[in-house]
Design a protein around this ligand. Structure first.
Ligand code: FE2
Length: 199
């Protein structure tokens, strides 16, 4: 297989004012495309050519950093577009809500922990909800790393690279994270991934 840039599942201006058209034009059309293009170049001729994206990510981790960085960022961003939606951030489906309470104490604490992970990630990276041993964990990773390479199944990731917020929020990363959690997260998508991860 080769990597291909997925279409955004909504119009570029659909997430405004929380994430602008200009941000999505750069973030999706340029940054994500670059991961796809560079990933395809670096994949050619390796032992992972022909493998699924998830296999490329897991297999290249710590063994082929150039390929890993691009493949993992392609994986992360392909998920990320679906973790957002216009008029998101509303009610959390029941089974996921229960799991967040069981694993992290309360929905409010789970959201606050996720935001705090993103705020405290030093430099570029991601904040995550992932399923580990049947429970939901909050983690943060640097650069393109994700829970897949640490034994977890990612169910929600928030991009904290500056390219995801600097146009709209400048240096105010906490404001970006709160706006995304409150207004853009597609909890139905997160709930589906949670259900699949604990099946
Ligand atoms: Fe990004």
């Amino acid at each position: 297989m080769t990597f291909t840039l997925p279409e955004l599942p909504y119009a570029h201006d659909a997430l405004a004012p929380y994430m602008s058209k200009e941000t999505l034009e750069f973030h999706h059309d340029k940054h994500h495309l670059a991961y796809v293009t560079n990933g395809n170049t670096l994949l050619k001729g390796t032992e992972w050519a022909g493998k699924s994206l998830e296999e490329v990510v897991k297999g290249s981790f710590a063994r082929n950093p150039g390929l890993f960085n691009n493949a993992a960022q392609h994986y992360n961003h392909s998920k990320f577009w679906n973790w957002l939606k216009p008029a998101g951030g509303g009610a959390i489906p029941g089974a996921l809500e229960k799991a967040l309470i069981d694993s992290l104490g309360s929905v409010e604490k789970a959201k606050a922990d996720l935001i705090q992970a993103g705020v405290t990630q030093f430099g570029s990276g991601w904040a995550w909800f992932s399923v580990v041993g049947g429970k939901i964990a909050v983690t943060k990773t640097a650069n393109g790393e994700n829970p897949l390479v640490h034994g977890g199944q990612p169910i929600l990731g928030l991009d904290v690279w500056e390219h995801s917020y600097y146009i709209d929020y400048r240096n105010r990363r906490p404001d970006y994270l709160k706006a995304v959690v409150d207004n853009l997260v597609n909890w139905e998508c997160v709930a589906e991934l949670y259900a699949a991860a604990v099946k």
